[in-house]
Design a protein around this ligand. Structure first.
Ligand code: AMP
Ligand code: MN
Ligand code: MN
Length: 322
């Protein structure tokens, strides 16, 4: 019996939570579970809370059921998805604390095992991949498949990051067999950009700076630039991935201003730098090749502090070939 099946035994009410700034994997996993419960456990009343609803994912079934304000309720079971620590649940942590029981399904190497039961698979491409393995195949509908597939393409960069395995592809194949329109899902949710999203991407690339002998690249977007283009943080997805594929670069850093002297940092590496360690050092977390954190100080200080940690890791890797 899977941990999910066990956790759902005798349960009447479930609350589903994800992480702050929910991404494709987070939203895909949360709605995937919501839709799965509707099919496999029609007697269970489930609620789903996320910090915001990114319209990019509005094609997913029950997207309109996502609630953004925590209710004053006690649930039998709280399921936390794609969130590596309690703080990542944001203002919804209260719902976890109040719940009778809890289950965390995740794939972050930095996961702190904060729920009563934890299913953490660090090798998995995505939370959706871990979640799929917890589900009973016969109750996975096309709509649930669309959610899980969405999560998988977002965390693997459409099956190209090093977290993509044979199992990932096998599951993707099973989901394709459910009749999902995979081409449309990939285009609409991953590649399509609005005009202003393209403009801000262009601006970030134009102003990017390489350092540490071309091994690192960074770019920063200030709040006033975001106001100028009329974009929010959701419009900045993918910028760090474009920086990462700059020839010769091992580590890409993208940051945007979230407050006075406060920046949200995204880190990516290509082959040997462990960015989860760097993010964790600054109070964040993530994966070996993709991680994030929030840092305070001037832009200059933030870049210098990150650079020092990156340099330290590079120094401790004497066998790296140029
Ligand atoms: P991002 O750069 O925001 O796309 O995040 C890359 C990866 O790091 C994702 O798996 C995030 O869940 C994780 N991550 C980002 N920011 C944080 C943070 N502050 N704390 C823990 N994990 C994070
Ligand atoms: Mn995520
Ligand atoms: Mn994920």
């Amino acid at each position: 019996m899977t941990a999910l099946k066990q956790a759902l035994e005798g349960v009447k009410t479930v609350v589903i939570l994800g992480h702050v700034h929910p991404d494709g994997d987070c939203i895909g996993a949360c709605l995937g579970l919501y839709n799965y419960l509707e099919t496999a456990y029609p007697e269970i009343k489930a609620d789903l809370y996320l910090e915001d609803r990114n319209e990019r994912f509005s094609y997913l079934k029950n997207f309109d059921k996502i609630q953004t304000v925590p209710a004053d309720r006690i649930y039998d079971l709280c399921v936390c998805l794609d969130a590596s620590d309690r703080e990542r649940l944001g203002e919804f942590t209260v719902l976890l604390d109040r719940a009778v029981s809890s289950l965390c399904v995740d794939h972050h190497v930095t996961n702190t095992r904060y729920a009563k039961e934890n299913v953490i698979e660090e090798q998995a491409s995505s939370c959706c991949e871990v979640l799929y393995c917890q589900m009973d195949e016969m109750f996975i509908t096309r709509e649930t498949g669309e959610c899980l597939y969405t999560g998988m393409i977002h965390d693997t960069g459409v099956f190209k990051h090093s977290n993509t395995s044979g199992r990932t592809m096998m599951i993707a194949g099973k989901l394709m067999d459910k009749g999902i329109d995979f081409g449309k899902i990939i285009d609409d949710s991953f590649y399509r950009k609005t005009y202003v999203q393209n403009q801000i991407l262009g601006r970030a690339l134009l102003e990017s700076i390489v350092f540490l002998h071309g091994k690192c690249i960074f770019s920063a977007i200030r709040a006033k630039d975001m106001d100028f283009y009329g974009v929010t943080s959701k419009d900045l997805d993918g910028i760090v991935d474009q920086l990462r594929v700059t020839e010769g670069v091992e580590c890409a850093i993208f940051m945007y201003e979230t407050g006075v002297q406060e920046y949200k940092i995204s880190l990516r590496s290509n082959s040997y730098l462990d960015v989860s360690k760097i993010a964790q050092y600054f109070g964040g977390g993530g994966h070996v090749r993709a991680a994030g954190c929030t840092m305070s100080g001037s832009l200059h200080d933030v870049v210098n502090n990150l650079s020092a940690q990156i340099e330290k890791q590079l120094e401790n890797k004497p066998c790296i070939t140029e």
